[in-house]
Design a protein. Structure first.
Length: 136
C-alpha cells in the first residue's frame, strides 16, 4: 500500500475533511509540481494578512475563514493552474478577473509562467476577510 496521496483529475490532492493548520499542511505537502510552491505562497500570504485565521480542508480544498463555518477564500489545483475562489468577489476592489456562474463569486487563476501580483492578492484577502464569509 502506497503512502502517496491520491491525485484527483487535474492533479488536486484528495485529502480527508478536517480543520486546522495541520490539515492544510497535509494538503500543501500533497500538491504536485510547480503548484506546490504557489499553494504554499498563497497559504503564507493569507496567514500573514489575517489574524486569528481558521483553516480547513473541505471537498479536497483549503478554506480560510474567521470561524469554522464561514469562509472568505479558498483554492484548489487544476491541470494547468491554481484556482483561487473569493465567494464575495464582486465586493472586492478591483474585482478579481475570473467570473463564475454564481453572481457574487470571482476567481483568480494562477498559471505557471504568468506573473502573480502578491500585493493585489493580499489586498483582496484583507478585503474579503472584512466581509461576511460564505457558509459551506
Amino acid at each position: 500500500m502506497s503512502n502517496e496521496p491520491v491525485l484527483l483529475s487535474g492533479g488536486n490532492p484528495q485529502i480527508a475533511k478536517g480543520f486546522g493548520d495541520e490539515k492544510v499542511a497535509e494538503y500543501l505537502a500533497a500538491v504536485p509540481g510547480w503548484k506546490q510552491a504557489v499553494c504554499h505562497q498563497l497559504d503564507s500570504l493569507i496567514s500573514d494578512a489575517v489574524p486569528n485565521l481558521v483553516k480547513a480542508v473541505k471537498w479536497n480544498t483549503p478554506f480560510y475563514g474567521l470561524d469554522d463555518r464561514h469562509w472568505f477564500v479558498s483554492f484548489h489545483c487544476l491541470t494547468k493552474y491554481v484556482k483561487v475562489a473569493f465567494p464575495a468577489g464582486t465586493e472586492l476592489g478591483p474585482v478579481p478577473p475570473g467570473t463564475s456562474k454564481q453572481p457574487r463569486v470571482r476567481y483568480l487563476d494562477i498559471y505557471e509562467d504568468a506573473p502573480f501580483d502578491a500585493k493585489q492578492f493580499t489586498s483582496w484577502v484583507k478585503q474579503a476577510s472584512a466581509l461576511p464569509g460564505e457558509k459551506y
